[in-house]
Design a protein around this ligand. Sequence first.
Ligand SMILES: Nc1ncnc2c1ncn2[C@@H]1O[C@H](COP(=O)(O)OP(=O)(O)OP(=O)(O)O)[C@@H](O)[C@H]1O
Ligand SMILES: [Mg+2]
Length: 335
Amino acid sequence: MALLEVSGMRTGYEGIPVVFGIDLTVDEGEVVALLGANGAGKTSTLRAISGMIPVLAGDVVFDGASIAGRPAEGIARRGLVHVPEGRGIFPSLNVEETLRMAGAFGKVPKAELADRLDETYSTFPRLAERRTQTAGTLSGGEQQMLALARGLIWRPKLLMIDEMSQGLAPRIVADLFEIVDEFPKRGVSVLLVEQFVGRALDVANRAYVLEKGEVSFAGTAAKLAKDEDFVRGSYLGDVDVERLSDSQRRRRDTLPAVEEIPVQLPPALLRGLMERAERDGVSAEELIQNAVAGELAPPKRKNGTRKRKAPAKKKPATTKSTAKKPAAKTGRRSG
Ligand SMILES: Nc1ncnc2c1ncn2[C@@H]1O[C@H](COP(=O)(O)OP(=O)(O)OP(=O)(O)O)[C@@H](O)[C@H]1O
Ligand SMILES: [Mg+2]
């Protein structure tokens, strides 16, 4: 049984989904990479798994128990620790104080704390050398080490790391990846979100690629590493249309129609609208036109027509003629 099993998970913000029913697993002893373009939903996926934002549908099973909807703190105490984007270091605390504080938050028994600190310092000898240095004066790479160390002191079964390379020099990134590569030997599995695709695929056993909140690739890291287009970064927006599934192509093709309307919609809202359009069997353009005209259509009826308001002032039409009238085709439909 997988250590982490995410199935059909949907998550988002204020009820608007940005991740659409994804499946993902991490086995014990694995490093798994979660990759994808900006805004694809990687961070949101980690946030939902660790209980920071709600799981809107589907399930998250960790170490044999469902954790969907559980409070973040409880999830961390079960051994699923999230090292978020940005280092979140308290600049005035020194290295040791930072780690002791993390230990206290993680309810590490006092008697065990010394052992945990030793263990952590043996993983990050650089931090041992800087025990008494305040975190704010550490280099970016050392601060990232401290952020990872703070997670490790909880002795997690799974560490989820979001963009640990952000803003760091390639040499330091290489050092960090070497350290992460060793985590499974210490009993810590890893789910890694990274922009340094090549390096991430070097250390990962398997990988997932998220595209607009859906999994577009799931397989071995070795297989994905052979995809030169992907590794060179062509997936960042410039999608190979031939490789898209029919539904992905349809969705992609509806985008220009939406963009003709001179209104900038947040990507999450746009995605929500497109999903609603697909569910209602209309184009996103039609849906938006209807919404702008103040008549966001109620859900489609079984016979394919949409309920329409009876025209004001006109003689009411007979039920029979209304039901037979097909919905006006106002927008471009593609696919
Ligand atoms: N706090 C938030 N409130 C509303 N929408 C959000 C919030 N955070 C992210 N989003 C939206 O959710 C979608 C996915 O964002 P997310 O940050 O998960 O992507 P990402 O893959 O981590 O991107 P990046 O590579 O830039 O970090 C985007 O459309 C984004 O605008
Ligand atoms: Mg992110």
